[in-house]
Design a protein around this ligand. Sequence first.
Ligand SMILES: *[C@@H]1O[C@H](CO)[C@@H](O)[C@H](O)[C@H]1NC(C)=O
Length: 437
Amino acid sequence: MSVLSILLLTFLAPTNSTRAARLLEVLYEWKDIEFAFPSPYAREVLIKTRAYIPGNSFPIDVDAWLQGEDQVFVTIPRAKPGVPSTLNTVVTSENGKPLLLPYPDWSWHREGDCDGITSVFRVQIDQCGRLWVVDSGTVNIFATVRKRICQPQLLVFNLKNKKLLLRYRIPDSVLEPHSLLTTVVADVLDVNGRCREAFAYIADVTGYGLIVVDAHREKSWRVVSNYFYAYPLHGHFELNNEEFDLMDGVIGLALSPPQNDKKDKTLYFHSLASVRESWVSAALLRNESNFPDFSNAVADKFFVSQGTRAGQSAPSAMNAEGSALFFSVMTKNSLNCWNPKLPYNENNIVEVDRDDITFQFASGLKVIRDRSGVEWVWALTCRFQNIMVEKVNKEEVNYRILMAPVAELVKGTSCAAQRSSSYATPSNPIAHKTRYR
Ligand SMILES: *[C@@H]1O[C@H](CO)[C@@H](O)[C@H](O)[C@H]1NC(C)=O
């Protein structure tokens, strides 16, 4: 073997800078999103009328219901013109390609019809077989002037029969002019009862707030906190050789299981432009009196970590036991976990998997229980950095849905589940009760 070829081999050998996933497996992938149009003719008509512009649909979130007939949901916000459907399930074409089928059907997706669905970033399926959808009502998000063409709304569907159970239009009284509602977490208080006592916590990523919706009483209020803002030092992103600035606030929301005597839950949250994690009691959020007139009477009950993660992160999700908060670190193309019993810092944040090709910009993340009760992390990755700088390469795979078993991911780490009772710690789940000033 010549010296030159040895040198070449050295250069071509994988280095630390390209790492492949050990556990995350790709379930579906797309170069460009393809829809299940009723017919080739219907597709042509939608292209002619510019209701469908190929290349302009990029997915953000995934969730799956694996209890009845499998349903995998994919959201596509109307960030650019020509998105034919904003909420979909995955179906498979005759030649085995994954296609997106509008949910509940095509008639709900006419842009401008405010009795349909306008522009969805994220969804969440609850333990009662319901799909919670937050519709931002906002289109052309990448234009200089984005347009709120419909009132933002919370929709809840029954997954068994696709019936709409609730349409709650979010009133102007809890919105800001720049509001953009992107993430929803459902909190059902009576999962073993009638599933009626249910709340939604909705992240307002550019209004820098949280909206709490009491779904049963059809009421809502706005929660403000300093920790919902973008952190200026982390508004610049350098991801896989692309750079952009984005001062996005609260985006990642994850709810813990009930803890302690009071069976209270903790909502973990962070801003996109940040490297810290925050948390607050869910019971506190559900008490409207704590937040009179866009103010926060309980600011000292909101916490932020003193420690940091290695880079920015978008969504998060927690396992049922509450021993693992999962989140991506986008600058490292990695999936990580943290056990909230430990202080949030780089010593206790565990990188559980990473892939420099398939795990670029996780924009959707869920923990999903399958039919046999096994928990899986599901992720949707969309290489969002390429979308931001308008460099999406249609010749390569851009969008993927990946999954990995929770138990395998956390095996041997501090995020591994203990006995289920061990999660309950008195009053404050965090070792160091710290506020960041
Ligand atoms: C709700 O919050 C108010 C004001 O902070 C407080 O006085 C009241 O006790 C709370 N109610 C409950 C049920 O915790």
